[in-house]
Design a protein around this ligand. Structure first.
Ligand SMILES: O=C(O)CCC(=O)C(=O)O
Ligand SMILES: [Fe+2]
Length: 355
């Protein structure tokens, strides 16, 4: 057995650590200079920058003011709160509810979906994030990670059957959020004066969509750890359903960490690296992080990623002599391998891909 595999096997689930009353050990403790100190943190108050809010109902009905708001949100923040979507509050509550119930199950039940198979890490399933080296500082969360689209690539053995409605709710959430994602992609293409189907077609039927259910156990020393360390998403776009009770997400804006407040039943739309690249840097993929809390927290992320064999590059309409491509080309598959390797070492932007 290789050394890395041994490292993985020794790790406990964070939820079990928290339950046993142990605080975070060295493996979770950030170096002093990296800790979530409050000096660079802006509380949300009217005198500080506020995360933009876009009304999707107005946007999808051709409201120019809303399109303008979207444009400024994705160019200066790279993320926004989406209200006015057509998902009912009771359905979103159900999504939250089945997620919470899954993490509340006894360990033996959840282990049926473990992302360690004979000690080897699998992308899908329940467990820790990938631990690449012994030096890696581990985030204070457990996750359930599932490929939800294309449908014929789903591996149902990873999909919980408990709570009994989990699979059905996840399927319905996948279909409904994909419609919202496609409509947002249309609006984004229009902003760049591209064919309005440009991003929808780039994503296409073979796009890989992953659902990540992240459980952040309560932590006795939230000042020492991260729920998720600073990063930008690898996706084209991410749709996040935030915990309604407990905040934790923060976004880096002009060098300051700004709190992303949870608005009940809103969706948080976050552009990822693939969109930054396709838009040749016009749209931003923001650096964000999650701080731990003395209360537990859950979030559900849907990541939309281009088909693995595709070449990741800016739209040719956004490249000219005066604005050459800012990024080196590679396949999506190679990009993702490099991304996850760098993420585990705490790299949080795509500076490394720049020409
Ligand atoms: O839990 C959150 O609020 C954000 C999670 C996140 O950034 C991610 O899963 O990439
Ligand atoms: Fe993220």
């Amino acid at each position: 057995m290789g050394e890395e595999e041994t490292t993985e096997l020794k790790l406990k689930l964070v939820q079990e650590l928290a339950k046993s009353g142990c605080g975070p050990s060295d493996r979770y403790t950030q170096r002093e200079e990296d800790r979530p100190i409050s000096s660079c943190f802006l509380p949300s108050s009217s005198s500080f920058p506020q995360v933009p809010i876009v009304n999707l109902h107005r946007l999808f009905n051709g409201d120019d003011d809303e399109a303008h708001k979207l444009g400024s949100a994705v160019q200066s923040w790279g993320l926004f709160q989406a209200i006015g979507h057509d998902l009912s509050p009771s359905f979103l509550d159900e999504v939250q509810d089945v997620s919470r119930k899954f993490f509340q199950l006894p360990l033996e039940v959840k282990q049926k979906y473990s992302n360690l198979k004979s000690g080897k890490f699998e992308l899908e399933g329940y467990g820790n994030d990938h631990v690449a080296t012994k030096e890696q500082i581990i985030d204070w969360n457990d996750r359930l990670y599932l490929l939800v689209q294309p449908e014929d690539k789903r591996k149902l053995e990873w999909w919980p059957e408990n709570p009994s409605s989990f699979r059905e709710i996840l399927h319905e959430y996948t279909m409904k959020t994909r419609k919202i994602a496609d409509l947002i992609l249309l609006a984004l293409a229009k902003l760049l004066k591209l064919d309005e189907n440009y991003f929808v077609n780039e994503l296409g039927d073979e796009a890989e969509v992953f659902a990540r259910f992240t459980y952040y156990p309560s932590c006795s020393r939230p000042d020492l750890v991260f729920g998720i360390k600073p990063h930008s998403d690898s996706s084209v776009m991410t749709i996040l359903l935030l915990d309604e009770e407990v905040d934790g997400l923060q976004v880096l804006k002009d060098g300051k960490w700004v709190k992303v407040p949870s608005i009940p039943h809103a969706l948080l739309i976050n552009l990822g690296n693939q969109m930054e690249i396709m838009s040749n840097g016009i749209f931003k993929s923001p650096v964000h992080r999650v701080v731990a809390n003395s209360k537990e927290r859950i979030s559900i992320a849907m990541f939309y990623s281009l088909e693995p064999e595709k070449i990741l590059e800016p739209s040719e309409h956004l490249v000219s002599e005066s604005r050459p491509s800012l990024y080196n080309k590679m396949t999506v598959k190679d990009f993702l391998i490099a991304f996850f390797e760098k993420f585990s070492h705490g790299v949080c932007t795509i500076e490394w891909l720049k020409v």
